[in-house]
Design a protein around this ligand. Sequence first.
Ligand SMILES: Cc1cc2nc3c(=O)[nH]c(=O)nc-3n(C[C@H](O)[C@H](O)[C@H](O)COP(=O)(O)OP(=O)(O)OC[C@H]3O[C@@H](n4cnc5c(N)ncnc54)[C@H](O)[C@@H]3O)c2cc1C
Length: 461
Amino acid sequence: MTLPHPLARDLTRQLGPRKVLSTPGERRMYSYDAIQMGVVPVCVVLPESTQDVALAVKAARAAGLPVVGRGAASGLSGGAAPAEPSLVISFTRMTRLSIDAARREAHAQAGVVTLKVSDAARPHGLVYPPDPASFRTSTIGGNLAENAGGPMCFKYGVSGDYVRGLQFVDADGDIHDLTRDAYDLAGLLIGSEGTLGLITEATLRLSTPARYTRTLMSSFARVGDAADAVSRAIAAGAVPAKLEFMDRACVNAIEDYLNIGLPRAAGAVLLVDTDGDDLDTVQEELELVERACTSSGGEVRRAATDADAAALWQARRSVSPALGRIRPQRMNEDIVVPRSVLGEVVREIEALGQASGLKLVQFGHIGDGNLHPNILFDPRTESEEAVHALAHRIASVAIRHGGVLSGEHGIGSMKLPFMAEAVDPVTMSALWDAKHALDPQGRLNPGKVLPSPDGLGGAHD
Ligand SMILES: Cc1cc2nc3c(=O)[nH]c(=O)nc-3n(C[C@H](O)[C@H](O)[C@H](O)COP(=O)(O)OP(=O)(O)OC[C@H]3O[C@@H](n4cnc5c(N)ncnc54)[C@H](O)[C@@H]3O)c2cc1C
């Protein structure tokens, strides 16, 4: 029988057995996220309050162990998968949520599931727009740590745009309450992937939903044509509420899964919503997008009913399960490139995929220039080296076109090897300065986001 780690015994004594998991089977369940296996943690804490989190961080510090925050583990860059033996703090029991309708605010503990914020706001005539496709499972803490986006991000912004205040526990176990003020420390915490502090609560801005929404789907012979249509529509002044792109392989994967009549022969498909409070303006904007699509060679189908529109968006949300049926693993990239080069970039990536012989699928929130080239593979029959080489070539395409490695999924451990190429040495040094200031001993989620000078994750002198 394996004896619990001394930290587990200490935390059980301080927090009680209900909040601590220490058996090998329990700990293993906290060693991975949606994409990557990590190191099995030495112990897991399930806090119910910020004070529990602070106490756990102090205990881990005394034991000389790193701390990894974990929400729903739906992350796609290995962020919540420990890189070394650690204490995992899982926020799933911190689910207190309240709505202040007069202030149009939600107060959410870190473990609140994203969709629940909108569910709670709706009776007050309010919504919480950030809508990652994982919103039925992902948590507010995870969303803020990754600065998650979603189909609505082009018009309505990403998770961080909705934060009015933040509470976090620092590397010493001290509690801070922040507003979006001078130096905007909250802004630094957002998107820092649990490497600068542990977010325990947030005050989130709510908005009123648009009265009217209209939806269209446009199919194109070639991926580049779809990307060109996006550049054209936006250049013409359209600001669609949602603007999503899927290539042929992606459309066919969804069609195999859902069988809802998507155009299998198309090289690529765009899904578009326009919305607003004035129906004429909403229709006019849809027509603007329609014209951009047809002038780029697209065929357009408007959603005739709400149910029709809902089915199209359900198709988009089903991308992940649909791809999971093709190969057991995938390397999920999350590049962002300037919209003016979208066509060129998707064409280049498609050609790289074809040349590699690996199965490559592209989709993404294209309105923001955000693309998710996914390499699908079976590690039993396909070379992981070849997968990494293709991932590297795709990252290089983004960097060469003035883009970045991550729009919303974070760097985690998966994109760490490409960071030195993507970030210039002066900026990298400034990022390390920020890390050292908030986490001098490197105890918060080590091995993520920032590469050490050898190009790998870990400490930096
Ligand atoms: C099917 C599917 C669809 C997805 N679609 C989208 C999408 O449309 N848009 C998008 O942006 N992402 C998407 N994702 C990725 C993922 O859902 C998001 O990154 C999400 O924000 C992660 O939330 P989580 O609660 O699961 O966090 P986790 O995966 O548990 O953690 C993610 C990172 O945040 C850190 N962390 C977690 N909680 C805290 C905290 N309280 N304080 C500090 N750090 C913390 C972790 O250490 C880790 O680095 C998708 C994932 C899946 C599986």
